[in-house]
Design a protein around this ligand. Sequence first.
Ligand code: ADP
Ligand code: ZN
Ligand code: ZN
Length: 742
Amino acid sequence: MPKSFLPTLILKVAVPSPFRHVLDYLPPSNQIHEMQPGCRLWVPLRNRKTLGILISTSNTPEVSVDKLKPAYAWIDETPILPPSLMQLGLWASHYYQHPIGEVFQHLLPPALRQGQAPTPQTTPGIWQLTLKGQLLEETLVLKQAPKQQQAIRLLREHEQGLSLSALKILNVPSSILKILQQKGWIETRPLPVKRQEPATTNVMEAALALNAEQQKALTHLMQQPNTFRCSLLDGITGSGKTEIYLQWITYWLSQQKQVLVLVPEIGLTPQTLARFKRRFNANILVLHSKLTDKERWLAWNAAYTGSAHIIIGTRSAVFIPLAHPGAIIVDEEQDASFKQQSGFRYSARDLAVYRAKLENIPILLGSATPSLESLNNCAQGRYHPLLLTQRAGQAKLPQFNIVDIRDKTLIEGFSPIVLEAIQRTLDQGEQALIFLNRRGYAPSLICHHCGWVVQCPHCDAHLTLYSRPARLLCHHCGYGQTAPQFCAHCQSSDLRSLGAGTERLEETLTHYFPKTPVIRIDKDSTRGKLSFAQLLDQIHQQKPLILVGTQMLAKGHHFPLVTLVLLLDMDAGLYTGDFRGPERTAQLILQVAGRAGREERPGTVWLQTRTPNHPLLISIQQHDYGHFAQQELIQRQAAHLPPFFPMALIRAESRKPTDAQQLLSKAAKYAQIQPLTQTHVLGPVPAMMEKKANFYRAQLLLTASHSKELRQLLHRTIHFIDQQPETKKVRWSAEMDPLELY
Ligand code: ADP
Ligand code: ZN
Ligand code: ZN
């Protein structure tokens, strides 16, 4: 019988490549193996050995079997990815229309992408004498090598062996150990593998007695705990959300289950982590971007085997496998850092909800300023709202003062009554926090004579002025130069800084309050001599000071002595071209305001504005985010915008100004004639900043009344673009549910 008539099983494999589909391979020859999805294997890809993940098997190849290559070899005996994560990966690839191989890369830590075993080899732990070493007469043989002699003697005295660290303390360097090992006198044996202790209810710090609202929320969470349900804990800052997380986690630990807690990128403060550690006698794993590849591997394994009980992590932790999944918590669910902004542009919050559904476990989203998406999901009955309207404990909500600065004389940008309030705060031994979301000394350098402004040569943007040393930097492409002495246009030497950034505020405030330390916290200052942690330490020392900072200060931190918060220059956020501008501004204001008066001392919040009657500011002044959100939702619905009309964005950029725009124009024409109901194509339009890092950028928006139609439209349009010759000159990407326009 000819070979091709034999029923051949085809492996459908996800490989790291831009292919939008799985690739077909024949099973490895000479290797009998169960064909279970979720196993890794080596496959040939463009003549290179590449790691793939088996997605499924099939009897019907895409191409003739004769053309298929066999895979090289299996790596795993049994699946390394549980079925729930396999499904999550497949769904994510489908929903976000992202190449499946690249999606599956995100499901594994780097070591496992390189073919390592799921369990890291334990580092050689204990050194001991070999039989040869035990018989050695070291005083004779090692007469000339006292250090080696000493090491042998120590190991003879410690029959059980000595760990590397113990030997270090006893002055035996590892170089000596290596020599003795080469001579065959000593050897290592691995540390005994730790048994996986079950999670424990051994709570160390007592739980707080919940107030009525908290109790109601927790009671709801405890009903039918073992099924999928999504709840939204909508509670003002300081209302005791974290306390509810802790008490819910206590329950899951008592059930021997694991809890996954997702936090924003810079949201997990040392204070919060310390609170978790004080509360639980459990293995708490923290996953963040600074981990080494080895640490990631160990962490993945700890979650996979169940030895980690509480896993706290940023965005990518949504893909960590759990041996005994109990519940998922997403803190600050509205935070933009849950959305990956390049490559595979997924929302970790949304994937977490889908994952909870797949695992059939409950999920809790928490926020003081929930996203309009989640509020709408509550209104539609998909999520269950749990409200906390009061601050827990003793703290009261801060008083909000809107300062109208129209036509007022300002002192270096400050209203006199605000400066007086800062002075009073300092006099009372308290701290003031000044928020300005702009780094550097000044946003631009301008010629006083002719109005020429120093531009970035690579972007449609002004260069930001920095002082000490004076230099100009582009915040968009990183370009830098020394500050010019003369205007390039009229040669005048009268160049002046325009506006203020955090550096300038620091200078002004130091000048105005000479006796008070001023601490600046932004991306630049925390890169400098003192780390963020050291700066925070200074703040926690009990003394009056002034804090100046960007949104790095806004998230999660608890500054007990801060009783005054001042927000500067928020007006631009109220009037941006981005439809999410007001939502984001309201969230930011409340987040920053939430830093004031978190303990017994009452707080005040000041906001300088030229639009004091803006409805957003009025709602917020009354601490009524809910009212603002309702109004905003009505407008979004009327304007056919998310969350009512889902949106997708296609971005394109090219070296030549017209190429990106042309490709998107073709795509728009194609998308418009698709026979799909209720879909809309908007654009293409140039990006708000068209030129960035020498690329000209344009965007095309797609919306639909249903997510399914939108996905179909996006799918077809992507397919169309893939086939256009212009893609050789244009970089482009597609994104579902974009948070930021281009
Ligand atoms: P959130 O996470 O909503 O900002 P937290 O859980 O951090 O709120 O609580 C804010 C403060 O109130 C903390 O100092 C916390 O210890 C305290 N707290 C929370 N719940 C209670 C309670 N039921 N009784 C007394 N104090 C509480
Ligand atoms: Zn000039
Ligand atoms: Zn630039």
